[in-house]
Design a protein around this ligand. Structure first.
Ligand SMILES: [Zn+2]
Length: 89
């Protein structure tokens, strides 16, 4: 189990390994406008899902280096969601 605490709010999350790279996913507090709250995110910069996504995003600017990280939404039965993130490379 993973425990995430922010501003006095404790969220308990199940342990989930990323199905793409096998790494333990980490809790991440999403921006309020997403309405997701705390989700689990694969933060592995070498994750195949993340690296492959960089070329898949439509209408992205060539220099934006945006990629999708694999994430699960605990508020929706751990359904997979995509989280946009800036690629480090
Ligand atoms: Zn991964």
């Amino acid at each position: 189990m993973v425990i995430h605490e922010y501003a006095g709010i404790v969220t308990e999350l199940e342990d989930h390994d990323c199905p793409h790279c096998g790494k333990l996913m980490e809790p991440w507090l999403t921006p309020p406008e997403t309405g997701w709250g705390v989700i689990l995110v694969c933060s592995n910069n070498g994750c195949p899902f993340y690296l492959d996504s960089e070329t898949d995003i439509e209408n992205k600017r060539d220099d934006s280096h945006l990629g999708c990280r694999f994430a699960l939404d605990p508020g929706n039965k751990y359904k997979p969601v995509n989280v946009l993130a800036v690629c480090p490379h």
